[in-house]
Design a protein around this ligand. Structure first.
Ligand SMILES: Cc1ncc(COP(=O)(O)O)c(C=O)c1O
Length: 340
């Protein structure tokens, strides 16, 4: 069963399991007013080294929906990449909860949004007949496994400020991006208003965080959290898992490992005929095209997803528990593949 389908397929980091066990003592105040949640909120302020509000939520879709609905009015529009998870893979949850218009913006070959494209969308400001742009949402690392540089994020942030927008980041794999850039968490969040911070894909059992850096938005996020049904009565069990990730920089060790496994996978399969690597490998995923028959043959041994059925592009995702031995076995299967 172990394969390259998703970092969501992986289990739970032992340190996170221990943290859950440790949190499972006695009774505690519900809805995030307990001591564990309070101290983990302080830990967030310390590691991100910025004033912030953080709330803990159940899942990534919920984190995105909460982030957006905290920052918009129902006559707003939200700009996001045409390939974004938010636009393609969250059903109509974003529309249902925000009531907003979503404007998919053409991303470049790396799955990134460029400032010039955004500028063309920022039109008819103040026109009551036109949905008013309020958020630019980026994914870091992107759905293609590429990573925005800190300068690219800063430039997009400046643009949002010039036009009165908020910058949101879907950071479902934010820790992988930080490890890829070799950046501190503090450097990573200097130009963000609101962040959906992923934990599950890095080895938590469940749970994500919404981290709000913009002071105006910070005031209302807790009210919105309840309204959009993302307030867990036993919040401490999500907070405790984040504590495990942040303590002793476990996030860095873990994200670095899955990123390195993607590099190793890339190195080991890139020279096979029939395989073409299609995206730069910068985080924990490799994209490649391969013949359909090869995909079927490999999938019988290692599950993974076809990303684009028309081009036979597949997505090979590495997780915290991916090993070199598994990658060697996968590469050996490719080597032994007989197209006949
Ligand atoms: C980039 C990105 N954002 C958000 C999510 C949403 O996470 P969830 O499935 O927990 O709602 C995912 C999940 O795969 C994702 O890849």
């Amino acid at each position: 069963m172990k394969g390259f389908a998703s970092d969501n397929y992986a289990g739970v980091l032992p340190e996170v399991m221990d943290a859950l066990q440790k949190a499972n003592r006695e009774h505690a105040i519900s809805y995030g007013d307990d001591d564990i949640t309070k101290s983990v909120k302080e830990l967030f302020t310390k590691v991100f080294d910025r004033d912030l509000e953080v709330v803990f939520v159940f899942n990534g879709t919920g984190a995105n929906v909460l982030s957006m609905s905290t920052a918009v009015e129902s006559f707003s529009s939200i700009l996001c990449a045409d390939i974004s998870h938010f636009y393609n893979d969250e059903s109509t949850a974003p529309e249902s909860f925000t009531g907003c218009r979503f404007i998919p913006v053409a991303s470049n070959e790396y799955g990134k949004i460029e400032p010039e494209i955004i500028e063309k969308k920022l039109i008819r400001k103040g026109d009551i007949h036109f949905a008013q742009p309020k958020i630019l949402s980026l994914t870091q690392s992107t759905e293609y496994g590429t990573v925005y540089s800190l300068e690219e994020i800063a430039a997009l942030y400046q643009l949002t400020k010039q036009h009165g927008l908020y910058l949101h980041i879907d950071g479902s794999r934010f820790f992988n991006a930080a490890a890829s850039l070799k950046a501190s968490l503090s450097d990573m969040v200097q130009h963000i208003d609101i962040l959906s911070l992923g934990g599950t894909k890095l080895g938590m059992m469940f749970g994500e965080a919404v981290v709000v850096f913009n002071k105006d938005l910070a005031k209302q996020v807790r009210f919105k959290q309840k309204q959009v049904m993302q307030l867990a009565s036993k919040t401490r069990f999500i907070a405790a898992q984040f504590e495990a990730l942040l303590q002793n920089e476990l996030w860095k060790k873990t994200a670095r490992h899955s990123n390195e496994m993607a590099q190793y996978l890339h190195k080991n399969i890139k020279d096979f005929s029939f395989i073409e690597i299609t995206k730069p490998v910068q985080a924990n995923v490799v994209f490649a095209t391969m013949p359909e028959k090869m995909t079927t043959y490999l999938q019988a041994h290692f599950p993974f997803y076809v990303w684009d059925e028309f081009t036979n592009e597949v997505r090979l995702m590495c997780a915290f528990d991916t090993t070199k031995e598994e990658i060697d076995s996968f590469a050996a299967l490719i080597k032994n593949w007989n197209p006949e």
